[in-house]
Design a protein around this ligand. Structure first.
Ligand code: UN1
Length: 510
């Protein structure tokens, strides 16, 4: 595809104007740290950073907001989130533009990210009338047992570049209806997107007369995240990022008996069975493997295909890979935008070299594009490789569009391969054999937090609980009952008998 990438001035002007339309005070951004756009590698914006010292002030203010917000009835808290959802709907296109400019997402996926934000607001508004506890039969006459759910406290959110807005919203929409203020440390690569989200929520909060400082954003480096992790006033740390980051965060939060919700790496596979609809499987696989330039935590990185269909499948995949339009993510028709930066590109090159050393063969893609035009932008063709076995590099998560295809003979072997990686986020099976599908989703099937049938591994809806096992960290965000992670449970025993029978038949007469 012929592409002329936009100039740095053009993108910087667009970013400034779009942020302004979302309510960001662009004249007060300062001239601190420069960010670049992965679209052309050029300067996009400059934003002042705070240092770790800002965390204590922010948490103190959030704690004040908590004392007020926790007494506001949950359905009234829901009204704030409802307004946020309306403002996100109104500014959907602008937010999507900022996401594309800052992290290189194609327009459709950037709009999809904002749609996830709107959807989780809808979900949270409904939830605000459904924060149910149970009543439980007491073993004693004239007694009732019940549980009540109360706001937990300040939630610290640490998010990554690849979903620079949606991850905040999954946490914030739920936290706010649960009665918790949020302090957010976004990716330093996407500060304008974060400031735009914050401006929209500030506007909603002002309109709804919500307490000040319910939501704060701290633009800064890793030391800001660390201070949030260590602060005893942060009741829950919800961190999305690499397994390396999670390994540092988890124990530090645990050491102060805080709560953490970890959403870390994935190494997601699809099993393709002999009965699979190969055209459907091809479409599902290519979206999950090449979409977002391989930079979702749910990106498909492995295909485990039955020996009877592996050749036919690889042929279809290779055809689709050769037709993938790589280019300017804001241009119509592009399906694969740039990698976030040169480091990601180097990691991709290293993984491809390692895969070949480990017996793999490159079937399609892997090359770099537009290097002459924009040496600091990193466009790559998604790579498709055949591997003889699940070697070391296949068991690692490389945050780039690399898809390894492995053969299998029996479903038991396929499931074992699916599970034989340290990560446990997402998985899928393509089959028309119901028994095979059932085995894959059963207790002896995939060990992941997300297990799909006849769709790819990425693009989950917000209604389900999102997250995974093993090195993925175990946390669950967004839908289903993930809200419980943002509240504290009290078990209440109510005695209306006028006597004092003790549980377990204990006698203690005084
Ligand atoms: C992520 O990459 O951090 O399921 C989240 C999906 C999206 C979320 C991905 N709804 O692909």
């Amino acid at each position: 595809m012929e592409t002329t990438l936009p100039s740095a001035d053009e993108l910087a002007g667009k970013a400034r104007e779009t942020a302004k339309r979302c309510g960001v005070n662009v004249d007060a951004l300062g001239d601190g740290r420069t960010t670049t756009s992965p679209i052309n590698g050029g300067r996009l914006a400059a934003v002042d950073w705070v240092d770790a010292g800002a965390v204590d002030d922010a948490v103190t203010r959030a704690r004040q907001a908590f004392l007020a917000w926790r007494t506001v009835p949950a359905p009234v808290r829901g009204a704030l989130v409802k307004r946020l959802g309306e403002l996100l709907t109104e500014h959907k296109r602008e937010l999507a533009t900022l996401i594309s400019l800052e992290v290189g997402k194609i327009t459709s996926e950037a709009l999809g990210e904002v749609q996830e934000m709107i959807d989780v607001c809808d979900f949270a508004v409904g939830l605000s009338r459904q924060l149910y506890g149970r009543t439980i039969s007491s073993e004693r006459p004239g007694h009732r047992l019940m549980e009540t759910w109360h706001p937990l406290g300040v939630v610290g959110v640490i998010s990554a570049f690849n979903f620079p807005a949606a991850v905040w919203s999954w946490n914030t929409a739920i936290a706010l209806v649960c009665g918790d203020p949020v302090v957010w440390k976004p990716s330093e690569l996407a500060p304008l997107t974060a400031l735009a989200c914050a401006a929209l929520l500030d506007r909603a909060a002002a309109e709804q007369d919500a307490p000040a400082y319910l939501s704060q954003v701290l633009i800064g480096g890793p030391e800001v995240g660390e201070a949030l992790v260590d602060h005893p006033g942060v009741a829950l740390v919800s961190a999305t990022g690499s397994t390396r980051m999670g390994r540092a965060v988890g124990p530090r939060v645990a050491a102060r008996f805080g709560r953490s919700l970890l959403e870390l790496g994935g190494n997601n596979a699809a099993v393709v069975c002999p009965s699979a609809d190969l055209d459907l499987a091809t479409r599902g696989i290519v979206f999950s493997a090449a979409g977002t330039a391989g930079q979702r935590c749910t990106t498909m990185r492995r295909v485990i295909a039955h020996v009877d269909v592996v050749d036919a499948l690889v042929e279809r995949l290779a055809g689709a890979y050769s037709r993938l339009p790589v280019g300017d993510p804001t241009a119509a028709g592009t399906l694969v935008g740039p990698l976030i930066n040169g480091r990601a590109h180097a990691a991709m090159r290293d993984a491809l070299d390692a895969a070949v050393r480990q017996g793999g063969s490159l079937v399609a893609g892997g090359g770099r594009r537009f290097e002459d035009q924009a040496p600091d932008a990193f466009y790559t063709e998604p790579a498709l490789l055949r591997m003889r076995e699940q070697s070391e590099v296949v068991r690692e998560e490389t945050f780039a569009p690399i898809l390894y295809v492995l053969p299998y003979q029996s479903l038991t072997e396929a499931i074992a391969l699916n599970n034989a990686v340290p990560q446990g986020l997402s998985s899928s099976i393509f089959t028309r054999d119901q028994a095979e599908a059932e085995v894959f989703v059963s207790a002896e099937g995939s060990d992941c937090g997300i297990v799909n049938v006849n769709i790819g591994t990425s693009g989950a809806e917000i209604g389900g609980a999102f997250g995974g096992e093993k090195e993925t960290g175990g946390g669950r965000e967004s839908g289903s009952d993930a809200w419980r992670g943002y509240m504290r449970r009290a078990t209440n025993t109510i005695n209306y008998s006028g006597r004092l029978p003790l549980a377990q038949g204990v006698e203690f007469d005084v």
